[in-house]
Design a protein around this ligand. Structure first.
Ligand SMILES: [Zn+2]
Length: 310
């Protein structure tokens, strides 16, 4: 199950990461937790019946903060009245199976490590760039956790202290400079009133305009590659991982950024074997969060860490 700010998706995933069936509903924050739980129960029963498979366990990837150890929701700004609720306990009681939850960045990282682009990588960092920048770290098949099970937030490490103020309290954190909204905000600021594509500017649209040869959009893409590159260069210097897997909506246009990113890494990572860190794109596609959620369950209960096959 993938719990996001706008939708909750459930899917039946087999032991090789294949999606046998999926359903989704809107998160409907106003409807409250018990209604969401009831929707989830119905969707799980339906998708199980339709795909002709019993549910042997439930893995959850969720927008944070969630406590992966207790299963309890923290203060999630999308749905404030979920604080203190515990879908792990509730679903275990309803379905009588083991249930595990992780932050959605960690879930997607586990998915890519088990069944996607990060397979067989000993030291793997997953970075997702969309409306924010999320992450997950997998070392030797195991998810890295901070103190008390906390989730590190690489998206909020500071790139430029003179940069914009972020909700996290920092000025110029990576997310505030390189996530999708930062790209569109820069473009809106730079584009004069006479700029013909002013309306409906999105990260996706800006990338299309750059490919069509629009000079301003090309500058926006160069700026984006620069800030993506600075953050990634910091990760390479600090962790020298085998691979960094890049996912999320902005990375659908990764071909526009990769050369710029590599240049910044080369300029900034002189003390480490940066050329050995493989930059690769996430490979699980649209269902990556759901597939990752299944891997959350395998990772927690199969005993041996990331799970590769039946
Ligand atoms: Zn921040």
């Amino acid at each position: 199950m993938d719990i996001g700010g706008t939708k909750i998706a459930v899917g039946m995933i087999d032991g090789e990461g294949k999606v046998l069936g999926r359903l989704q509903c809107s998160t409907d924050a106003d409807g409250g937790y018990s209604r969401a739980l009831e929707n989830i129960r119905k969707m799980l029963e339906t998708t199980s019946r339709v795909s002709g498979t019993e549910i042997s366990g439930i893995g959850i990837g969720s927008t944070g903060p969630v406590d992966p150890i207790t299963g309890e929701f923290g203060n999630v700004n999308f749905f404030p009245d979920w604080k203190g609720e515990n879908p792990v306990k509730d679903l275990a009681a309803i379905f009588r199976v083991n249930v595990a939850i992780e932050n959605d960045g960690d879930a997607a990282a586990l998915g890519e490590a088990g069944w996607g682009a990060g397979k067989e990588k000993k030291r793997l960092i997953y970075i997702t760039v969309g409306t924010g920048i999320g992450n997950g770290l997998i070392f030797d098949g195991h998810l890295y956790r901070g103190v008390d099970g906390s989730h590190p937030e690489m998206g909020h490490h500071v790139i430029d202290p003179s940069g914009p103020l972020c909700d996290c309290g920092a000025h110029g954190c990576w997310e505030s400079l390189a996530a999708g909204p930062a790209l569109t905000a820069w473009m809106r600021k730079e584009a004069g009133d006479e700029y013909p594509h002013r309306a409906n500017l999105t990260a996706k649209r800006i990338c299309e305009l750059a490919e069509e040869g629009d000079a301003l959009a090309q500058r926006a893409v160069e700026r984006e590659a620069y800030y993506l590159g600075l953050g990634l260069a910091n990760l390479v210097t600090m962790f020298t991982p085998d691979a960094i897997v890049l996912g999320g909506s902005v990375m659908k246009s990764a071909h526009l950024f990769l050369d710029g990113i590599r240049k910044i890494i080369q300029q900034n990572c002189g003390l480490v074997p940066f050329e050995k860190t493989e930059l690769t794109l996430a490979s699980l596609g649209e269902d990556s969060n759901l597939i990752g959620a299944a891997q959350v369950w395998h990772h927690r209960f199969s005993g041996g860490g990331v799970h590769h096959a039946c």
